[in-house]
Design a protein around this ligand. Structure first.
Ligand code: UGA
Length: 432
């Protein structure tokens, strides 16, 4: 099939590359000329394990092309995916849909034969209705169908998530589109993915509801972790004990810092905004957002306690600063609140991240990027394990830290408290 992905951000690029890998002809379009020039040379703009190889392979096979020409790319394709960003509007909860609507207008000028227009961007309920309205102004109704097909990829696991999804959600009441899309996804369905055909509005809500529910699960266990710390209970025992109940499930029950990334924070806010507009109160999700917003302050309070309120001139190391492992993404990472606070309080902060130096910390006083774990930790008073990269899991801290009485604060619970005790390292984890 001939596909066109508009927007080569996370969703558009990964989906486009994976669709090409399944044998389709794919054009990935972006208005950013520099990005497209780089992609033509197989230089990819994001950090995603395995993506580079797939871009090279499928470009070489002639199935994957990159372009800035939206008109020509739409004309050449049967299925057009809208994959542009839907960020939160400044100082609001509302999603900014201007890019989605701009693209819809451009598509509407280029439809001469039947095309399926798919919203893959995460959008509020009824965005599909508005896109359909925009298209109807220029195109006869029988020449197009607007479908919602939300994406459930995780950064860092995106290729695996695309090829082995739990489910494929297709929101349309158009039988022809449903048949074509079931066929497009048949290689994944045959590997076990559930194919779910719903109304377009339901598909849009499924995406928001899924992200909001996962954010709720994390926040729930984070709050329980606070409680466990007071009662000397290991929150991991609680996660396992709860999670083995199949109705609950053990995934996304890992306590840690505030959840971050480009999706959970943005989508929970947008869901609240959409519900407010329909005069519905989603009070559970509101509390989740509030609790998560306060989490970094709570962890900073613990750091103050751990250091007995003496932060000035203390050497504090952050291992990992991105919002989670296997990504270079800093969006809404809890380190963005924690590091500036500690710098302001006079700490000497060093950080190491496998994805390199971050410009977000460039202008902060006494904050330095170090090229490797050893340099970052060597004379540290407090080592904060912020992100759960594999390379942090077996560090021989006793060997690399020159100080005797250094402290470890493990925000991801990747070390065993017993082993730390045996090594006589002062150790704090989350909820244990
Ligand atoms: C999330 C969803 O998991 C994807 O299904 C969805 O497609 C994507 O958003 C999106 O809407 O595009 P992602 O933002 O890549 O994916 O990251 P997650 O792996 O979900 O992690 C989000 C945050 O939750 C991170 O800060 C992570 O550290 C935290 N988390 C996750 C926990 O604190 N505990 C857990 O048990 C799991």
């Amino acid at each position: 099939m001939k596909l066109c992905m508009i927007g080569t951000g996370y969703v558009g690029l990964v989906s486009g590359v994976c669709f090409a890998e399944l044998g389709n002809e794919v054009i990935c379009v972006d208005k950013d000329q520099n990005k497209i020039n780089n992609l033509k040379k197989s230089i990819i703009p994001i950090y995603e394990p395995g993506l580079n190889e797939l871009v090279k392979k499928n470009s070489k096979a002639g199935r994957l092309k990159f372009s800035t020409n939206i008109d020509e790319s739409v004309q050449k394709s049967n299925i057009i995916f809208i994959c542009v960003g839907t960020p939160t509007k400044k100082n609001k909860y509302e999603a900014d849909l201007s890019q989605v609507y701009d693209v819809a207008k451009k598509i509407s000028k280029n439809i001469k034969s039947f095309k399926i227009i798919i919203n893959k961007s995460t959008v509020p309920v009824m965005t599909g209705d508005k896109v359909e309205k925009i298209l109807s102004k220029k195109v006869k109704k029988k020449l197009f169908s607007v479908v919602s097909n939300p994406e459930f990829l995780r950064e860092g696991e995106a290729i695996r998530d695309f090829i082995y999804p739990d489910r494929i959600v297709i929101g349309t009441s158009n039988k022809k589109s449903n048949k074509i899309l079931k066929n497009l996804y048949s290689p994944l369905i045959s590997k076990g993915a559930k194919y779910i055909n719903t109304s377009r509005r339901a598909a849009e809500l499924i995406k928001y509801a899924s992200n909001a529910f996962l954010a709720t699960k994390i926040t729930f266990i984070n709050e329980l972790a606070n409680f466990c710390e007071k009662l000397d209970i290991n929150v991991e025992d609680v996660s396992i004990g709860m999670g083995t109940d199949k109705r609950i499930g053990g995934r996304f029950l890992r306590a840690g810092p505030a959840y971050g990334g480009s999706c959970f924070p943005k989508d929970t806010r947008a869901l609240i905004d959409t519900a407010n507009k329909s005069l519905t109160s989603l009070s559970v999700i509101k509390s989740v957002i509030n609790s998560n917003n306060k989490r970094s302050d709570l962890l900073l309070y613990r750091i103050r306690k751990i250091l007995k309120n003496r932060i000035k001139n203390k050497k504090i190391t952050f291992l990992g600063v991105t919002f989670k492992a296997n990504t270079d993404d800093m969006r809404e990472s809890s380190s963005l609140k924690m590091i500036p606070y500690l710098s302001k309080k006079g700490a000497k902060v060093r950080y190491y991240d496998p994805t390199g130096k971050k410009q977000e910390f460039d202008r902060l006083k006494n904050v330095q990027f170090k090229n490797n774990i050893k340099e970052a930790c060597i004379s540290s008073d407090l080592i904060i394990i912020h992100t759960e990269w594999n390379e942090f899991k077996l560090i021989d801290l006793k060997r690399i830290v020159s100080k005797k009485n250094f402290i470890v604060y493990d925000l991801r619970n990747i070390y065993s408290p017993e082993k730390m005790k045996k090594q006589k390292i002062k150790y704090f984890g989350i909820g244990r």
